[in-house]
Design a protein around this ligand. Structure first.
Ligand SMILES: Cc1cc2nc3c(=O)[nH]c(=O)nc-3n(C[C@H](O)[C@H](O)[C@H](O)COP(=O)(O)O)c2cc1C
Length: 306
């Protein structure tokens, strides 16, 4: 099918026939994935093809129990991956620079582009796909389940299979609200009304705001993902203020937890003192590292001395 026809007709598919994808098509999908452009040739992504049915079931359970993850002939988990790059540099005796935020930016982008290339190729071959951001619902357990080393982070899942449903393409915002010319144009109230009107058919009851509210307003799904995601970021080494492996959402969250247990915290250049009534615990290094060390000593998780 012509690419523009594929784009015009495509829609996410959430019901799949129990039919496998033949090897020659799978080969095309994996070829497409690796033909994606990538920052500085580095290929800062990996994909896991989740084949083991028990593992697939567990991934589905951790991703909001989405049945289409179980049903699809294939399921790929796309990962931001700077672990392989670190290994490649170390193999030539070089140390990776300190660039956690930029690494995250480019690795997520690389993973997303590669996933899109696979997805679009699958759709061009007549398969149905559904991206799965729900992999962030149980992101900590998923990271453990799949043995992801530091430097590797779940980005998005992709279910691919033979569609068992049909329907019209879903609506999009009016182009002029998405594509700006020369400078960013502020949104007027009429623009927002126009956006809701255009997107109304997305919702069964004709109210797109219900969808947005469920995900993005206070108390919505995204809010529930934020803290576990932040914890995984620091665990996997993508937080510039916390040492790799620190199971805290942010340096602020670590500080709050320390202050809940101690009388006070004293920051000095290169060291932190966590003060209890009669004792104080010292940590060394950058603020996050030093505070974590002091807190672990206060909790008896690491020896205070030597
Ligand atoms: C990053 C991302 C995450 C998504 N996560 C999910 C998901 O967890 N479950 C699901 O059923 N659909 C998911 N989708 C599919 C979107 O809901 C879908 O693309 C959107 O509603 C537009 O519909 P369309 O693709 O049919 O045009 C995701 C899509 C993207 C791009």
């Amino acid at each position: 099918m012509e690419l523009l026809d594929v784009l015009a007709r495509r829609r996410s598919v959430r019901r799949f026939k129990p039919v496998p994808i033949p090897e020659e098509d799978l080969e095309k999908l994996l070829f497409a994935l690796q033909r994606a452009p990538t920052d500085a040739s580095a290929q800062l992504y990996s994909a896991i093809r989740v084949r083991d049915p028990r593992l697939r079931d567990e991934v589905a359970r951790l991703s909001g129990d989405q049945e289409h993850i179980r049903q699809a002939a294939e399921f790929f988990l796309f990962l931001a991956d700077v672990h392989r790059l670190e290994r490649l540099l170390a193999h030539r005796g070089q140390r990776m620079a300190f660039w956690p935020r930029t690494a995250l930016h480019f690795a997520i982008l690389d993973a997303g582009i590669a996933a899109s290339y696979l997805a679009l190729t699958a759709e061009a071959l007549g398969y149905g796909v559904c991206f799965i951001g729900g992999v962030l619902n149980g992101v900590e357990a998923l990271t453990d389940l799949l043995g992801l080393p530091p430097g590797v982070l779940p980005v998005v899942g992709l279910a691919v299979g033979v569609p068992d449903e049909e329907g019209p393409p879903r609506p999009r915002l009016p182009r002029r609200l998405v594509v700006h010319e020369d400078r960013y144009r502020p949104y007027a109230a009429e623009d927002l009304e126009e956006a809701y009107r255009a997107m109304a058919p997305y919702s069964r009851v004709g109210d797109w705001n219900r969808v947005l509210r469920r995900y993005f307003a206070e108390g919505g799904t995204m809010e529930a993902r934020e803290k576990p995601y932040g914890k995984v970021l620091s665990r996997q080494g993508f937080d510039p203020d916390l040492p790799q492996g620190a199971p805290f959402y942010s340096l602020g969250a670590l500080l709050e937890e320390a202050l809940a247990e101690a009388r006070g915290v004293l920051f000095r250049k290169g060291e932190v003192w966590l003060e209890e009534e009669a004792r104080a615990f010292r940590g060394e290094g950058r603020p996050g590292e030093a505070l974590l060390m002091a807190l672990r000593k206060a909790r008896g998780e690491v020896p205070d001395w030597p």
